[in-house]
Design a protein around this ligand. Structure first.
Ligand code: G3P
Length: 500
């Protein structure tokens, strides 16, 4: 292991003024002018639309693109986006890319090459001490520097010309766009216009200029020669050619007539909105500093509930405090429904082991629990490459009383609350709330999710669903393979909820 260089002497940079000279900016400004103090949103429910929307926005950029992601995978869709970012930079757009280092791999040195473009800057958040470490080196670094490396930037946003943004639950990578052969996430983002975009840009700057953000160049020995960039262009062109010839691309193109606005073509949901983001310094503190995190804003939204809370979270580890808080809401007459992954659909058995600790208590307290079935999503377009192993929930949303909505990166677990940094939007919009409610209700249908109940006398759990319209009831975690069951039995004995 080496040691990290100082990150404090990097140049500061800030967002550019909102564009006013592009066709997109003129269109969005005309829309925003009709809705004073409000922001406009389109919900991206279909994974292919989520990809196309990102590509379309990048292709329309004229001045600036700022991206901030927990994961930017070096896979088919990651390479596609890279290629479009490079093309944008070639026509003079300033591109700033901030990626958390936890999942960052760049074995082909494509990000190094992009970083050598005069219009592209790449920074890594809270990096390991070596690039592309082996599994052993990585594990050693985590053991030796656990307190620092355990804290990650989980934010997810893409901002174009400081006038349009995509914010929500999706990272960049095949599983988020229905393009991989393994996990297919059911996720939600919004395309946003209006004042909330400038707030997102300000939050991006806070992260871009913070001490934990390291210029990629300061962390790598890779030279930034013109040859490297030329080679990267060839690699990316080859990858994009392969993409265009894939069945996936064909399916995406076939969907184009209903394309990126299929979820609600041509119309925006309007409402007063706030961009909420943890302060990047959250990862530096050894104790909880509530002022650095978004928890109080979400709590205020939840505590305002009079009738109903619908929460969607892939990983649900509310802790003792969160469990009691949800139960107290039920006790004052609020219906609380939570949709999360079943053991069969989760991609994180450790998170499921944490959830199991609170499940019975939540049900006893009247919280209604729905667990996604891995077969949910049959209604989604079949855009998979290879054989799908089913779908997994990844959306992170809260709807309160059919009008307040949170959409963002935050899982309802201790890691999101206390360890990682998170962001999202809070919007007062009955229209957007209805769209997210529709997503929730569809996912929670008995054909798509198990409703979990607790028998008060035997204190045993049951999972209720329908198969081909017929009611089915299970008395142990349904559809999960033995490996997952064994993992959960082991992991639930460990005192690790605070890390999950
Ligand atoms: O899949 P994500 O983006 O919600 O990340 C999950 C991890 O637990 C974050 O540390």
């Amino acid at each position: 292991c080496g040691s990290l260089p100082p990150s404090t002497d990097k140049p500061e940079s800030h967002h550019l003024p909102p564009a006013s000279d592009t066709p997109s900016a003129k269109y969005t400004q005309a829309e925003v002018d009709q809705h004073q103090h409000q922001s406009g949103f389109r919900l991206l429910t279909l994974s292919t639309n989520a990809l196309l929307s990102r590509i379309a926005l990048v292709d329309h950029a004229k001045h600036s693109i700022d991206l901030q992601y927990y994961i930017f995978a070096s896979d088919m869709t990651g390479h596609l986006l890279m290629q479009h970012l490079l093309t944008a930079a070639d026509r003079g757009v300033r591109v700033r890319i901030l990626i958390d280092d936890n999942n960052f791999t760049d074995e082909d040195h494509l990000f190094d090459a992009l970083n050598s473009h005069p219009n592209i800057k790449v920074r890594l958040f809270n990096p390991l001490q070596t690039r592309n470490p082996s599994a052993i080196s990585r594990a050693t670094q985590f053991v030796l520097d656990w307190r620092r490396l355990n804290r990650r930037m989980h934010n997810k946003s893409l901002i174009v010309d400081n006038s349009v943004a995509i914010i929500g639950g999706r990272n960049i990578g095949d599983p988020y766009f229905d393009a991989g052969s393994d996990t297919h996430f059911r996720d939600l983002d919004v395309v946003a216009i209006g004042p909330v975009v400038q707030q997102a840009s300000a939050a991006f700057d806070d992260y871009w200029n913070c001490d934990a953000a390291y210029p990629l160049k300061s962390l790598t020995n890779a030279d930034d020669s013109a040859q490297r960039l030329a080679a990267a262009r060839q690699i990316l062109q080859g990858k994009v050619r392969a993409f265009k010839e894939s069945d996936y691309a064909q399916t995406v193109l076939d969907e184009l007539p209903t394309g990126p606005t299929a979820d609600r073509r041509g119309a925006w949901f309007w409402g007063e909105a706030e961009l909420v983001a943890d302060q990047p310094e959250k990862i530096e503190t050894s104790r909880d500093v509530p002022a650095l995190r978004i928890g109080s804003k979400l709590k205020a939204m939840i505590d305002g509930a009079q009738h109903q809370i619908l929460a969607t979270t892939p990983y649900f580890i509310p802790g003792d405090e969160g469990t009691e808080h949800l139960i107290s809401l039920v006790q004052r007459g609020v219906t609380v429904k939570v949709l999360t992954n079943s053991l069969a659909s989760t991609d994180e058995t450790a998170a499921h082991a944490g959830y199991v600790h609170y499940r019975k208590r939540l049900l006893e307290g009247g919280v209604m629990l729905y667990e996604l079935r891995p077969s949910m999503g049959q209604a989604q377009p079949s855009t998979t490459l290879g054989k799908s192993s089913g779908v997994s929930l990844h959306a992170k949303t809260i709807v309160v009383d059919g009008r307040q909505v949170f959409i963002g990166s935050l899982n309802m677990d201790q890691r999101s609350k206390l360890l990682n940094t998170e962001m999202g939007i809070i919007v007062d919009s009955p229209g957007l709330a209805q769209a997210v409610t529709d997503f929730f209700n569809t996912a929670a249908l008995p054909a798509n999710a198990f409703q979990v109940t607790l028998d008060p006398s035997s204190h045993r759990l049951s999972w209720h669903a329908t198969d081909d319209g017929k009611d089915v009831v299970y008395h142990e975690e349904p559809d999960a393979n033995t490996k997952k069951r064994v993992e959960v039995s082991f992991l639930r004995m460990l005192p690790i909820d605070g890390l999950l």
